[in-house]
Design a protein around this ligand. Structure first.
Ligand code: FRU
Length: 334
């Protein structure tokens, strides 16, 4: 073959080859070949991956460790979302700075469990004002400038604890209230719900209340002082299990039998607390939902411009000796 014939043969092979290549890529077993797909310019944009930031109040708290784990497990189911969790270690100023960092890093949605309501409200309103969706995680602010509040119902939990105590005391006796962080919305609601039931009972008297900031060691300290005062009390209502366990430990340290005192807690995430209920050292606790699944679903819906309720309220559950073993078996392995 001369050079002209060579060149035309080479061109024929190239043309045929490209048809064959594009044709066979799309042609299956001699069916009518579909037209080859060719991208002009750059390939289509990759699907957007949304960046979420969760300003956590305090990752040292046992309940919050479960909450963080449940969020990480939930977000893993959404390939179009990533989640970064910051830890304020219970410091409202630190949390303010962490929210600013999230904004600088251009997150698409903010989740926040406000360490305290008043200091964090203006910051949440500022973020919401920038049209960044805000999901409040159980600890709320004092305004309605947010997208949705995902939270257990703390008033209902307080009411259930109050009803439980009235029944356990048979309408007559004395109690101590051990309270969480004063300016955290769950504290106000757990106390308000509880008193709406107990204050109606003329035979039931509060002998003292202490703000122990949801901390076990602070509850131990206050209970040691109460025990030393020799004041008599029949029951203890603690706003979380950490403080309920602290009260139980203080009684045991003073060689008093916690089984003779009605101790009520809230959270229902620690085996130590559920075991104390099983042993009769605590009379009851209440499941405080940890919110991972619900919060990630709400965030995804919001980012896809679906409407979400202003309030999303997973339910609670009382844990007593009767159902503690079953409840323990159902606790998530996190
Ligand atoms: C953890 C915690 C829980 C409590 C919740 C109230 O930080 O103290 O024990 O139920 O916060 O916001």
């Amino acid at each position: 073959m001369n050079s002209l014939q060579h060149r035309s043969a080479a061109i024929a092979v190239a043309v045929f080859g490209s048809i064959l290549l594009t044709g066979c890529l799309s042609q299956k077993n001699n069916s009518t070949p579909t037209p080859p797909t060719t991208f002009v310019g750059s390939p289509p944009p990759a699907a957007k991956v949304f960046k979420l930031g969760f300003a956590q109040a305090n990752s040292q708290d046992p309940w919050r460790q479960v909450q963080n784990a449940s969020l990480k497990a939930a977000v893993a189911k959404y390939p179009d979302m990533t989640l970064e969790i910051s830890d304020a270690h219970g410091d409202s100023n630190a949390q303010l700075g962490q929210v600013d960092n999230f904004i600088t890093n251009k997150i698409d949605l903010l989740l926040i469990s406000a360490n305290e309501a008043a200091p964090l409200t203006p910051k949440v309103e500022e973020v919401f004002g920038k049209s960044i969706p805000v999901v409040l995680m159980e600890r709320a602010t004092t305004s309605d400038k947010y997208t949705t509040l995902v939270s257990g119902d703390n008033v209902k939990i307080g009411e259930m604890a109050g009803d439980f105590l009235v029944k356990a005391l048979k309408g007559k006796g004395t109690y101590v209230e051990i309270m969480g962080i004063a300016d955290a919305t769950p504290t106000k609601d757990r106390s308000g719900g509880f008193h709406s039931k107990v204050d109606k009972e003329a035979g039931i008297k509060k002998i003292d209340s202490y703000v122990c900031n949801y901390k076990r060691d602070e509850a131990i300290k206050h209970m040691e002082n109460l025990i030393q005062s020799k004041k008599q009390f029949d029951a203890i209502y603690a706003h979380n299990d950490e403080m309920a366990l602290g009260a139980m430990i203080a009684l045991k340290n003073a060689k008093m039998d916690p089984k003779k005192v009605i101790i009520i807690g809230i959270d229902g995430v620690q085996k130590e607390a559920i075991q104390a209920v099983l042993d009769g050292d605590m009379a009851a606790t209440f499941k405080y939902p940890w919110l991972g699944e619900e919060a990630m679903k709400a965030a995804h819906d919001i980012l896809l411009h679906k409407t979400v309720e202003k309030r999303i309220t997973p339910d609670t559950e009382i844990v007593t000796k009767e159902n503690a073993q079953d409840y323990m078996n159902r606790l998530p392995k996190m």
